[in-house]
Ligand binder design. Structure first.
Ligand code: AMP
Length: 175
């Protein structure tokens, strides 16, 4: 399946979860056997020869991509979750949302020191989620080789923010 066909499966939902936001609904991709396989294979093919140690998934749609990509590469999949969900010792990062703030956490032993990791989520908007996740992984000793999202909103500053923070960014679909 081509990138164009994967893109055609993404559904725009206006005014969700609040007025003015166009939500990029990826459930039609995951419901489609060829769409799911093609989306996972994009990242598997990209990272196969990059000597990656772990594929980090961000709650919750990042888990849906991260776990199958890690499985296909024969790697583990550490989870970055919203505050209060992880049961063991964690480090946490708070970051600003349009209204208020959010906190993400990762287990202190989610990686080995020096592990070469990639981070995966469904969509890059302002970059706040990914910056916080990258900082968490660096804090517990990982080398962040690349950060990636299936979809990038090119009219928002996410990519620029991440590149300014020193991250390589890979997003196969741009709106
Ligand atoms: P940000 O931190 O601003 O880059 O936002 C990225 C996170 O919010 C990702 O976990 C996305 O799932 C979610 N998100 C933000 N904007 C949208 C959107 N328009 N459609 C779908 N998900 C979004």
């Amino acid at each position: 399946m081509s990138i164009e066909t994967i893109t055609s499966l993404i559904r725009d939902v206006p005014d969700f979860p609040k007025p003015g936001i166009i939500f990029k609904d990826i459930t039609p991709i995951f419901q489609d056997p060829a769409g799911l396989k093609a989306s996972v294979d994009l990242f598997v093919d990209r990272w196969r020869d990059m000597r990656i140690d772990k594929v980090v998934g961000i709650e919750s749609r990042g888990f849906l991509l991260g776990a199958p990509v890690a499985y296909q590469l024969g790697l583990g999949c550490p989870l970055v979750r919203k505050a209060g969900k992880l049961p063991w010792k964690t480090v946490s990062r708070s970051y600003d949302l349009e209204y208020g703030s959010a906190t993400l956490e990762v287990h202190v032993d989610a990686v080995e020191p020096g592990d070469r990791v990639v981070i995966l989520d469904d969509l890059l908007a302002t970059g706040g989620t990914m910056v916080a996740t990258g900082e968490l992984l660096r804090e517990i000793g990982a080398e962040v080789v690349e950060v990636a999202c299936l979809i990038e909103l090119g009219f928002l500053p996410g990519r620029a923010v991440l590149e300014a923070a020193g991250y390589s960014v890979y997003c196969p679909i741009t709106f």
